[in-house]
Design a protein around this ligand. Structure first.
Ligand code: GDP
Length: 444
């Protein structure tokens, strides 16, 4: 999981200062020493680290903290604000042309995930923005690249414009633009050639494509796993070609996160989307604030809710909310949730979106074992209908029977019962919070 080390270090450091009623310059200095080390270890660009430390330090010893009733908390808020700012502040949207088609040029080094991301982004544009994208295969140097795009197109039922490898990329793009007009495509996505390294010929070719019709977006696809290299590549592409945004791939891997934290600051270009897996739906809009919140262990409820909304049908969600509210949530509902959660993707990532997940016992290094989920399911299947709705009746002999029936131990059963209780409590708190929030501000 990305950012793991950084998250752990920062959370550890901030924990020490959290409850403090008074914060001295020495405290701030001490804390920032740790923060600096954590950022450097996460492979954050040195200049960026310096700037960040300076900004936080200045604010942390300033008036706003002195005047605050909870200085410790206030310092943590400053760290979060600055971390958000570092990653771009506001979420950056896609610029669509006022007169379609919108032209999006996808550039990047070979292996960064350019072709895959082209498919993923086209999918997002269609689903979330109701666009009708045309994919253009302009990498004529690797026949496999054209094939790959065509395969993705087929998989997503999206049209791909290709003219083979004998026509120049410039000619391909010209014809593709004509074709897009005729077929009323409102977005044209050009998958350009990649190389192993940046070279003159590649850059010239990209400039020639850019010159046909100024693209509305030039997205650089970079691999987060390459750390500082990703930052250098971004800088280079930006200086020679001029990019409008970065799509950071492989953030699902165990990257230390340096690229995500440095790119915006170094290039002044926003990260627009992040790749979270190989599948076609694994592309997420990049929200600096949510990411900062996740890194600092404050959770990312918004993303979690959106993820859930994409997977849960409205009716059932309402029913469930009612059950949470009235405390009538049973093990049957739990089973159903379990199967829905399984559809949401790797569990350890989902859990990390919960606020304070890092601190919940047993969750700190949550490598959620999918087998464990199967075990939980087996335990619930071994309960009687009555036990599922009123788990309070599960006494010693019943536990023994359930454990035997599910091939688990009494400890396993106890653990699940305890988790179920805790979960009910947490859900009650959450729904209460939600209710209060709803009253305060009506969502549009
Ligand atoms: P290109 O040479 O830049 O076009 O790269 P590809 O699109 O062929 O991708 C290279 C490899 O990276 C493929 O195996 C992709 O499945 C993989 N990949 C791309 N994006 C992601 C991502 O966000 N997460 C993970 N785990 N793999 C990715």
């Amino acid at each position: 999981m990305a950012f793991e080390g950084l998250a752990e270090r920062l959370q550890g450091t901030l924990q020490k200062i959290k409850g403090k009623g008074k914060i001295s310059e020495a405290d701030v200095k001490e804390m920032m020493k740790d923060v600096r080390r954590a950022l450097i270890e996460a492979d954050v660009n040195l200049k960026v680290v310096k700037e960040f430390v300076k900004n936080v330090s200045e604010r942390a010893v300033g008036q706003e903290v002195m005047k605050s009733l909870t200085p410790g908390q206030h310092v943590i808020k400053i760290v979060k604000d600055e971390l958000t700012e570092l990653m771009g502040g506001e979420q950056s949207q896609i610029s669509f042309a006022t007169r379609p088609p919108t032209v999006i040029m996808m550039v990047g080094l070979q292996g960064a995930g350019k072709t895959t991301t082209t498919g993923k982004l086209a999918n997002v544009l269609r689903k979330k923005y109701n666009k009708k994208p045309l994919l253009v295969a302009a990498d004529i140097y690797r026949p496999a690249a054209i094939k790959q795009l065509e395969t993705l197109g087929k998989q997503l039922s999206l049209p791909v414009f290709a003219l083979g490898t004998d026509v120049s990329p410039v000619e391909i793009v010209k014809q593709a633009l004509e074709h897009a007009k005729e077929e009323h495509h409102d977005v044209v996505m050009i998958d350009t050639a990649g190389r192993l390294h940046i070279d003159e010929t590649l850059m010239q070719e990209l400039k020639d494509i850019r010159a046909i019709k100024e693209p509305d977006e030039i997205f650089l696809v970079v691999d987060a796993m390459t750390g500082q290299d990703a930052v250098n590549v971004a800088n280079n592409f930006n200086e020679t070609l001029g990019i409008t945004g970065v799509l950071l791939t492989k953030l699902d891997g165990d990257t230390r996160g340096g690229a995500a934290l440095s790119i915006r600051s170094v290039t002044q270009k926003p990260i627009k989307f992040v790749g979270m897996g190989e599948k076609m739906d694994a592309l997420e809009a990049f929200h600096p604030e949510r990411m900062a919140s996740r890194i600092l262990g404050m959770g990312d409820m918004m993303s979690l809710i959106e993820k859930a909304q994409a997977n849960v049908d409205e009716e059932k969600a309402k029913e469930l909310e009612e059950k949470f509210r009235t405390q009538s949530f049973t093990f049957d509902d739990f089973l159903e949730q379990l199967s829905q959660v399984k559809q949401m993707g790797p569990l350890d990532e989902i859990l990390k979106m919960l606020p304070g997940a890092g601190k919940i016992k047993g969750l700190e290094n949550a490598k959620v074992d999918e087998k464990q989920m199967d075990r939980v399911e087996a335990i619930i299947y071994s309960m009687t209908a009555k036990e599922k709705t009123t788990p309070e009746i599960i006494n010693g002999p019943r536990k023994k029977r359930i454990a035997k029936g599910s091939g688990t131990s009494i400890q396993d059963v106890n653990r699940l019962l305890k988790q179920f209780e805790d979960m009910k409590k947490m859900m009650k708190q959450m729904t209460n919070m939600q209710q209060k929030g709803k009253k305060k501000m009506r969502m549009p």
